[in-house]
Write a protein that binds this ligand. Sequence first.
Ligand SMILES: Nc1ncnc2c1ncn2[C@@H]1O[C@H](COP(=O)(O)OP(=O)(O)OP(=O)(O)O)[C@@H](O)[C@H]1O
Length: 261
Amino acid sequence: MALLELRNVTKCYNSASTALSDVSFSVREGEFVSVIGPSGAGKSTMLRCINRMIEVTGGEIYFDGVIVSKLNKRDLRKLRTKIGMIFQHYNLVDRLTVIENVLHGRLGYKSTLAGVLGRYSQEEKGQAFRIIKFLGLNEQVYSRCDQLSGGQKQRVGIARALVQNPKMILCDEPIASLDPNASKIIMDHLRNVSTGMGITMIVNLHQVNVALKYSDRIIGVNKGKVVFDGSPAELTPERIYDIYGSESGDLIVDLGERNAS
Ligand SMILES: Nc1ncnc2c1ncn2[C@@H]1O[C@H](COP(=O)(O)OP(=O)(O)OP(=O)(O)O)[C@@H](O)[C@H]1O
């Protein structure tokens, strides 16, 4: 069953730039989808349209039975509790501790006053501690986030998304600032969360080899259009060329590594 559907979505930031052009696809519950494409292709714009951080110019987005663009402020807030988000630069509050940052994931469920006062139930705190432990951060629970490595910060980002009890997590280049070791840990966690908890993942990536390894499905974007939508096995050198054009040379070498392994 489709959890998310984009129908003919268009986004123009101004008359000179069309960031998304007639984008249509749907995503099933529990699917792990990577979105790849060259810089400026529209990957971030697409992710941000899904939870309405950015308003679409045309077309419709359906999520969990509702039309996202038609929601009023209150219903949009409710929708956003079901959609977690992870960012390249983590978007944590550096001077706060790991547990405080993770509990911020519950803010969407609270009145502004309860949020400002940091009022969380025992149940919420218990869940946050369990998730922190699950992500291997129990020794850092009370560390300030500015004392963590990039990989640890991103695990806090995942924990904050998970305490929302989301149906889907949008990941905008979650490993772009990490070294290969930390990248593997983060991608393994995202895959485990998807498979083990049935949470749908949409992950923007620059690394084709990572998309090939972890995804159920890959969507390739070029100049705001979907130019590939298929399984990792279907991503042939020709299709990589369709997505990346003349930049595709090194990426096809990556593909050679897949075929060799
Ligand atoms: N706020 C904005 N105002 C005007 N144009 C924008 C804005 N944000 C993005 N764009 C343009 O929209 C297009 C798509 O940008 P977007 O950031 O979505 O691409 P991307 O594929 O995520 O790129 P990258 O991989 O470099 O992050 C680009 O041409 C970009 O310059």
